[in-house]
Write a protein that binds this ligand. Sequence first.
Ligand code: BG6
Length: 369
Amino acid sequence: EKDGYDWFMRKEIFEQPRAVTDALLGRHTESGRLQLDEVRMSEEELRDVDRIVIIGCGTANYAGLVAKYAVEHWTRIPCEVELAHEFRYRDPILTRNTLVVAISQSGETADTLMAIRHARAQNAKVLAICNTNGSTIPRESDAVIYTHAGPEIGVASTKGFMTQMVACYLLGLYLAQVRGTMYGDEIGAVVAELGRIPGHVQGELDKSPEVYELAAALAERPAVLFLGRHAGFPIALEGALKLKELAYIHAEGFAAGELKHGPIALVEQGLPIFCIVPPRGRDQLHDKMVSAIQEVRARGARTIVLAEEGDTEVLPSSAVRWRRCSATTWTSRATWPSPSRSSERRGRRVIVGVGIDVVGVDRFAETLE
Ligand code: BG6
């Protein structure tokens, strides 16, 4: 049932706060220990893991790419991410201490299923991150973390993606707990931060009229780029995928550091570019993104910046006013020519928030020391 929504996908986008709440339900005990009951692997087996290979297709692959940064940082286990359809046709080096993490919303994607069979045939352990209870991929895996997002009918994954990132983070924290690479209070702090995601996402969903306004402005554009760094890079890839798959707009995602190695040639007057900016401080990523933004603006690009609340450094000019948004969410703000000519003359602003795509970046940056 669509519950009054015109499309399943719209319904599922609006279900994200609840989906994340459910994905986190019952994971953290009062004693402060993280528990993943469905992970049927012993702590000893998990301690022996010396390499993680995350596999999936499409959006699931991007969820894995986002997670890699945090998982390696927290666990100190080398983690690689590969498309399942590439993995299944090559001869990967796997041992009994390799943990293959297969991400699939449906649990039925043929390439991912074949890839886990390929991995298990070489004695690797397979853990599925899946949304569909009893589907084939978790049934054929050694362990499973269910994402509990509820049925996802829309073909392009939305709440599925969101909860896949959360599940990957839970897995990373659980491995860190088992292996002692993080203290209990550090894990608790991250879990508490994950628990704030539903509120942040709701805050972004409440701004959807502004997102629709931006979408209307984008609809006639022949191409759109997405730029990010670090965990913002796979978010850029996912953003581009969504635009291709749903709006049939030619879209590409790039690592901002690659700009000068070729993609800058594509930047011309009026090209819309989504820029995913991590929070300020703690590392150089923020400033690097700001200089990438300045570079593309200098070539006439129209930037839609997804940045932390109050981050004035991403603004194109001091003349742009800021609208009050909730204090902790990431929001994107854009100076955008409106489709109507009179407002175009006024250089009308559109302020946009897309919670799903920014949480992963935000969360990880906070864990950096
Ligand atoms: C694609 C969908 O066909 O399959 C994506 O368009 C999805 O949204 C991908 O991420 C993989 O599906 P699954 O069910 O294995 O996560």
